[in-house]
Design a protein around this ligand. Sequence first.
Ligand SMILES: Cc1cc2nc3c(=O)[nH]c(=O)nc-3n(C[C@H](O)[C@H](O)[C@H](O)COP(=O)(O)O)c2cc1C
Length: 303
Amino acid sequence: MELCGLTLKNPLVLASGVMGTSATLLRRVALGGAGAVTAKSCGPVARAGHPNPVMVDWGHGLLNAIGLTNPGAEEEVDLLAATREELAQMGVPLFASIFAGTEEEFAQVAGVIAGAKPALIEVNISCPNVRDDFGTPFAAIPETAAAVTQAVKRAVGEIPIAVKLAPNVPDIGRIAAAVVAAGADAITAVNTMPGMVIDPEAAQPVLSNKTGGISGPALKPIALRCVAEIAKTVDVPIIGTGGVLTGRDAIEMVMAGAIAVGVGSAFWYRGENAFELIAEEMKAFMMDNGYATLSEIKGKALR
Ligand SMILES: Cc1cc2nc3c(=O)[nH]c(=O)nc-3n(C[C@H](O)[C@H](O)[C@H](O)COP(=O)(O)O)c2cc1C
């Protein structure tokens, strides 16, 4: 299939953050059948992340607050370039992911990371805008989402960008329209949903950071609704992400309007060969239901 001018052997994309940035891990995911892989988000400076515990399986999904652990863009660019070359030999495009606290920082990180020539740069705008008094994430307001998109687009030249939206906004269609007008080539939807899990015996939140992001099964209906709203509003490719564990989940994502499907927490639930399993299940569903191509399915539940 085709995404922003890239050829992917299947529509399944490793979601950012789940398998880090190390070439070894990303290569394992590529060997395990991913159509493309996204590296963990990288920012302007090195961050150690939060102390343990940083993740909990609470029965209906995962809650994580890793704290955007990363080595910083300058440190990461060579590693990404080497990983990109290795994956290219397997026919698997590498997507980079970036975050920052201001528009200017986003442009600076994007410029540095563009040096690794990733196939696409995902722009994680779920982080708080440090200039905003209340630390409102860039993804929450159309104007700030658009400003970041425009700054990144200017900094990266020809490299396509996918802006990754947050699910906890009142009107995700408006945010999508704003980032597309500002130059986004694609949209990734969605990031995790803020949540909390409490240990009642200890009478305290389980995560050291107290709150975290919900991913996995509990996120799927939210992600499907977001993808559907975005697909009804804009006409760029959507990487539908959130709670895809099976081929049926992936098909639902495409029926909501996505053309590619992000897969993250499935590694926790289905193990190393999650991609292979999901791809096989997608194929089986399509055969059983008389579909020959993904474009026949895309947006079918919206008509
Ligand atoms: C452990 C973990 C780390 C993550 N780190 C990042 C990250 O660095 N950048 C980002 O944009 N999203 C990050 N995410 C969000 C995922 O990319 C994805 O949007 C989310 O988990 C929903 O998909 P899933 O239900 O398939 O996991 C992370 C998710 C998890 C579970």
